[in-house]
Design a protein around this ligand. Structure first.
Ligand SMILES: C[S@@+](CC[C@H](N)C(=O)[O-])C[C@H]1O[C@@H](n2cnc3c(N)ncnc32)[C@H](O)[C@@H]1O
Length: 240
């Protein structure tokens, strides 16, 4: 579940900085280049910044999401509404990717989504990130936009045990300098262990092409590259 009612410009500063997006794009780009993939589709694109940077780097990108939330320059890119849980045909691609998306779903839905993605990418490559360990989110984050201060307050967060991992639920309230609410975001993420995610991949008839390990920095809100197995990964899979 992911429900964000934070105004898009503030959301961009808090959660989708160009620095964060560029880091992730470099990993995705490296994988696609190695395998000669050029025509790609992004699932759950949100603001569309990943796709924008990849298009600047020579990829032919279609952005998709259940809702059109494209922001700024990403509005120049083609977009189609696509619900990962429903699937459907949106074109022919050599590869696809999703960032911050697979973690929104429970095991059965991950299996369903990977199956739907397979019918979009054919024999191509799908890359997604996943965090295998609990998050340690900051209580407060301050940003300044056009001279105005906004504070994102972590109002509630809890973990619940499920088969194969945990569910992390949180609510963040963003207030302005007068303490008035400008937006609230509520979400729940699954935190399955590696074996569970590999089981879903296997169940859908994919094989792992490669894994790029990263570690999540919750304060900087960014992945850092890691030379060894770590808390999170970008996983590239392809149909067997
Ligand atoms: C945490 S945001 C990540 C956005 C962006 N990929 C990023 O990394 O900044 C999750 C995105 O998944 C999208 N989403 C949620 N459920 C979806 C579904 N069933 N099908 C497609 N997209 C979905 C949301 O609309 C949202 O844009």
């Amino acid at each position: 579940m992911w429900d964000s009612r934070i105004p898009i410009g503030i959301y961009a500063r808090l959660y989708a900085s160009w620095k964060r997006v560029l880091r992730e794009v470099r990993i995705i780009e490296g994988i696609f280049r190695k395998h000669g993939v050029r025509r790609i589709v992004e699932f759950g694109c949100g603001l569309g910044r990943h796709g924008y940077l990849l298009s600047k780097r020579g990829f032919d990108v279609l952005l998709t999401d259940i809702e059109d939330r494209r922001f700024g320059v990403a509005k120049k890119l083609p977009f189609k509404r696509y619900n990962l849980l429903e699937g459907g045909s949106i074109g022919v691609f050599e590869g696809g990717y999703a960032v911050g998306v697979i973690t929104l779903f429970r095991y059965e839905d991950i299996v369903r989504i990977l199956r739907n993605i397979k019918s979009v990418i054919g024999s191509g490559i799908f890359v997604f990130d996943y965090n295998f360990t609990p998050y340690i989110d900051p209580e407060k984050v301050e940003v300044r936009i056009n001279g105005k201060k906004y504070i994102a307050i972590l109002e509630e967060n809890k973990y619940t045990q499920i088969n194969g991992g945990l569910i992390y639920e949180y609510r963040v309230r963003v207030v302005d300098e007068n303490g008035s609410t400008v937006g609230v975001e509520e979400a729940s993420y699954t935190i399955y262990n590696k074996e569970e995610i590999l089981r879903a991949i296997e169940e859908d008839g994919y094989m792992v092409k490669e894994i790029a390990w990263v570690s999540w920095d919750p304060l900087e809100y960014i992945y850092k590259p890691s030379d060894e197995e770590s808390d999170s990964a970008f996983i590239a899979i392809t149909p067997r």
